[in-house]
Design a protein around this ligand. Structure first.
Ligand SMILES: Cc1ncc(COP(=O)(O)OP(=O)(O)O)c(N)n1
Ligand SMILES: Cc1ncsc1CCOP(=O)(O)O
Ligand SMILES: [Mg+2]
Length: 236
């Protein structure tokens, strides 16, 4: 992506991906659960999470929209510099971006083609793309002019998402970072205490679901991640 758009990619260092607060499978979060998820986002952002992805699956489009609006309002109150992206749904992002603190989308391999998403969302939007193997990173490089970062995982096995890919471990990241033309964000059972070791592999950030959703103190989690990148992160 154009370097002038996000000259500083540090917003990716501490990346909160929202999850569910109740055991699956309820079809979607109700109002009480939405409030609980928003409260965790608020506390993560207070600790310095630079980006929040709205992804509390399973979730209907209507509930995703409500959750995204509530998160955008809360994030704007706590720190309006924080980025908010929506998992999968370009339609929801494009509908909300004009009036809410919503910056873009995180796309999976089966979602709208990133080039089409860029056309719809415009030049300033943030677009992330899922990878997790060298072939997927090489495919993502074909989109380097329209994406801002890739997610790469799983770092470790995770109950949150069965991607079918082998866990990368710490040793898997340097080759992906080296090959990738955009910043790489590690995901999959990442805990705050992993952030230093992952930062030292060259990743631009760590994306965390359960490590925030189940934390007693989400603010402290974000602070620990940011501190780890401040001391062990590698500037590209
Ligand atoms: C930062 C980040 N990386 C990877 C993913 C996984 O996305 P995807 O493959 O689209 O799977 P779902 O999250 O939609 O189940 C992600 N969400 N965020
Ligand atoms: C969405 C996603 N993509 C790869 S792993 C993962 C889930 C990460 O969740 P957790 O941090 O709870 O392991
Ligand atoms: Mg997705």
């Amino acid at each position: 992506m154009d370097q002038s758009k996000h000259p500083n990619e540090s917003f990716l260092e501490c990346y909160f991906v929202t999850g569910r607060t109740v055991p699956h499978p309820t079809p979607e979060p109700d109002e009480a659960e939405i409030e609980a998820i928003v409260d965790i986002a608020r506390r993560a952002v207070a600790g310095g999470a630079g980006i929040v992805q709205v992804r509390s699956k399973p979730i209907s489009v209507r509930a995703l929209t409500r959750l995204s609006v509530n998160i955008a309002v809360a994030v704007e109150e706590v720190n309006p510099q924080t980025k908010v992206v929506i998992d999968d749904r370009v339609d929801v992002a494009v509908a909300l971006m004009p009036d809410h603190l919503v910056h873009g989308v995180h796309l999976g391999q089966d979602d709208l083609d990133p080039r089409l998403a860029r056309r719809v969302l415009g030049p300033q939007a943030i677009i992330g793309l899922t990878t997790g193997t060298l072939p997927l990173v090489e495919q993502a490089n074909e989109y380097a002019d329209v994406i801002d970062y890739v997610g790469a995982g799983p770092f470790r096995p995770t109950p949150t998402k069965d991607s079918g890919r082998e866990p990368l471990g710490l040793e898997g990241y340097p080759a992906l970072v080296e090959a990738c033309r955009v910043p790489v964000v590690a995901i999959g059972s990442v805990r705050a205490e992993d952030a230093g070791d992952l930062a030292a592999t060259g990743v631009a950030g760590v994306a965390i679901v359960r490590g925030f959703m189940q934390a007693e103190d989400p603010t402290a989690v974000a602070q620990e991640v940011n501190q780890a990148f401040a001391t062990r992160g590698i500037t590209r």
